[in-house]
Design a protein around this ligand. Sequence first.
Ligand code: NAP
Ligand code: HSE
Length: 428
Amino acid sequence: MPDPLRLGIAGLGTVGIGVVKIVQAHADLIAARAGRPVVISAVSARDRTKNRDADLSGYAWEVDPVALARRADVDVFVEVMGGSEGAARAATEAAIAAGKDVVTANKALLAHHGQALAESAEAAGRVIRFEAAVAGGIPVIKTLTEGLAGNRITRVMGVMNGTCNYILTRMESAGLPYETVFEEARQLGYLEADPTLDVGGIDAGHKLSLLASIAFGTRVSFDAVELEGIERVSIDDIRLAADMGLKIKLLGVAQMTGRGLEQRMSPCLVPADSPLGQLPGGTNMVVLEGDSVGQIVLRGAGAGQGPTASAVMGDVIDLARGVRMPTFGRPATTLDAAIAAKATAPAEHYLRMTLQDKPGALAKIATVLGESGISINRMRQYGHADATAPVLIVTHKTTRDSIDRALAGFAATGVMVGEPVALRIEPV
Ligand code: NAP
Ligand code: HSE
């Protein structure tokens, strides 16, 4: 039997213990598939006394993940600690410098330092793999870098944060406001330690920036992702959107346009009967479009111990088999600088507003839209008991600039009650 591939696992939380469990439970299966055994040499976490729901007695313990990364009996450094700086970054850099391959689930680390890490790994003849960092158990990195390698990718989009999808679908099914469901998500342990990473769209933005790099051959440019979270999505919008046959999703879209690379992660409307519209609870979905293949839809668990460890192990077994590939699908030094598109592609928009119920109010709104170059596609005014009228307008395709001009114009009409809401309707 050839020599085993020896792992050093830094981080023994949800994902790290999931990896230990798979290595232990499927040792024979893995050896048969990889052509050699995969074993764990050493592990590291902060607190050695913690009960971790796995037998770790056969592995050396390192207090310092950097020391783990440098061990002579480690071939692959598995980084599952998290965080874009600190131990995760230091240990990953140390692993590359010590000549180890790296498998990580850490999207924050790669979104911020992926280019530098990939360049140093490739200069040293080392490999960084990160399937688990994007959409948990869904093999989207492999699909993009391998299965679709012969395509010019035209668009990548998806729901990549399970917590936000849980919150939005639960708001809809239970008719509950954002604040109540956010609290439920906290009780259920769904939220990251810093919840803004989830609900602010940052975690999903990290993932989108990694997919965009592979899809469009550009350097990871997380700072250029237009980010908007779900904190301001109201139950009213969820109900009224449903009435128009639409669902609200925290949707990431990346596409290369004539104006540059467009990357946005924001609450968008999608048709309720589309695969994205029907995506339930904490599930993730990634939609990939290529010039030859057309549209591919991948759906599955975006988080959790089993699914995320499954993705880590897919990478580990590839390394055991000798499959080696540049981090972002082509040598990092050949990736182009990402020129951010200054404007997003035109789309239909949903506008919700409350108007004073008096003669000429709607006419003023229609005038502002006309002056902003926006044409109305559909419109509804809802029944009301008081002197204010809830109005919903779906526009024809228009730009965000025009929508912003109209929103500014609405404010000057004197007929608005409260702030209007504008959401993009993404063609899917
Ligand atoms: P977690 O449950 O919080 O576990 C983190 C582990 O890292 C813990 O064992 C912790 O040690 C250890 N750790 C943290 N800082 C350390 C340090 N300075 N030195 C040594 N060990 C340290 O996190 P997780 O959910 O497993 O996530 C790990 C990574 O996977 C993150 O990058 C996350 O974004 C990514 N990820 C997670 C999921 C998921 O479903 N959980 C899905 C996709 C990607 P102690 O246990 O001693 O505190
Ligand atoms: N907080 C993330 C989510 C975990 O909810 O999808 C997986 O990256």
